[in-house]
Design a protein around this ligand. Structure first.
Ligand SMILES: C[S@@+](CC[C@H](N)C(=O)[O-])C[C@H]1O[C@@H](n2cnc3c(N)ncnc32)[C@H](O)[C@@H]1O
Ligand SMILES: [Zn+2]
Length: 366
């Protein structure tokens, strides 16, 4: 089956009826990830004055490698599956593009070669690949993680094992998942005296995607470690607090209602985005990308997002208050008029960010 993405056309296997994604039947291709790939092309175009080579670490059909090559990059792809390797090579050729596709365990490849941008797009957790990725990448590491249940604490033990952090299944799970992932990535980079800085991140349907800029040096890496810390949260009254620290100092009892609290961490408490970078990536999304409008809206919303490590769900608050909810725009204006910074979030229409506490939000709206 032929599919068109942006300026390229590739061949992908016809999806067999009933086969689930990643079920091992044929080479993997997920049309839902086109948004993710369109944003990647925007990022690659935005950084092309400093970057020229791109590793599509798990290439499958070769779609990322083909799109990066079309954007002017010198591309390399790896896959352990020989069918994928053949298909990826044929897809580059079909578009008249050059690139090297290797049948290889990409961890071995990354320990031996360097690329300006390394893109990890594995099944599930990226953790088995991140050490090698930080050794291999010169400028940027891009990571997709589809194991959102471990990341946000819904599969607690698996999250602890994979990410070396305590994830908690709070009502702000997109933010929890993103910040647990960023914590593990920043700590992994720091082990090699690399300072990793997230410049763009999005939590979309069933996956987390992040782009990290790399700078060398132990001291710069230390500055990133200083942005890790812990979030305390009360499941009862939704009180929350956070502290940048290496040594956890949990508030055991909720100061508002006295219930015992949950502590998550170490999580990334620095900004997950650089708004200027997000703006440049949005401007560089090609017009012919099928999701161009959706991708730009998403990035605009990210650039305008308040930098708080937690968010609230407006519906959840109103159901606690036993009242019908106010329209989100009006709700946010009221909060801002009361003196509290407030914004929407990019991952959901009912979620918002503010530095106000639950009682302050209530008072502002009543
Ligand atoms: C989620 S798919 C990649 C999808 C692709 N990047 C895209 O955008 O459509 C994951 C791929 O990783 C490959 N893979 C798994 N383990 C690998 C390893 N150790 N080295 C290289 N490729 C690997 C699988 O064969 C599979 O094709
Ligand atoms: Zn409480």
């Amino acid at each position: 089956m032929e599919v068109r993405e942006g300026a390229v056309t590739i061949e992908v296997p016809e999806k067999r009826h009933g086969a689930s994604e990643g079920s091992g039947e044929g080479v993997f291709y997920n049309p839902v990830q086109e948004l993710n790939r369109d944003i990647t092309v925007g990022v690659l175009r935005a950084v092309d004055s400093e970057c020229g080579s791109y590793l599509d670490a798990m290439t499958a059909s070769g779609i990322r490698a083909v799109r990066a090559a079309e954007a002017g990059y010198s591309v390399t792809g790896c896959d352990v599956d020989s069918e994928a390797v053949e298909l990826a090579r044929a897809n580059l050729e079909r578009n008249g593009l050059d690139g090297a596709i290797h049948r290889r365990n990409v961890n071995a490849h990354m320990h031996e070669s360097h690329h300006d941008v390394v893109d990890l797009d594995p099944f599930g957790t990226p953790i088995p690949f991140v050490d090698a990725a930080f050794r291999s990448a010169r400028n940027y590491v891009c990571v997709t993680a589809t194991d959102t249940a471990p990341l946000c604490g819904a599969h607690f033990e698996s999250g602890v094992r994979s990410y070396g952090a305590v994830p908690r299944n709070t009502e702000f799970h997109p933010e929890m998942g993103l910040r647990v992932l960023l914590s593990a990535l920043v700590r992994t980079a720091a082990r090699y005296d690399i300072a990793a800085t997230p410049v763009l991140s999005h939590v979309s349907s069933h996956y987390v995607r992040t782009y990290l800029r790399l700078d060398g040096g132990a001291q710069a890496a230390d500055r990133r470690i200083e942005k890790l810390g812990y979030i305390d949260h009360c499941q009862q009254c939704l009180w929350r607090d956070h502290e940048r620290t290496l040594v956890a100092d949990p508030t055991a009892e909720c100061p508002e209602c006295g219930q015992s609290t949950w502590t998550a961490g170490p999580v990334w408490l620095g900004p997950p985005h650089d708004p200027a970078f997000v703006g440049e990536a949005a401007a560089a999304i090609p017009e012919d990308a099928a999701t161009a409008e959706e991708a730009r809206d998403l990035l605009d919303s990210i650039a305008a997002e308040l930098d708080t490590p937690t968010h609230y769900d407006q519906h959840r608050l109103y159901s606690r208050w036993g009242e019908p909810n106010v329209a989100m725009d009006e709700f946010l204006v009221t909060l801002r008029d009361a003196g509290y910074p407030a914004s929407r979030t990019h991952y959901g229409g009912t979620t918002f960010k503010t530095d106000a506490g639950v009682d302050e939000i209530y008072d502002a709206l009543h």
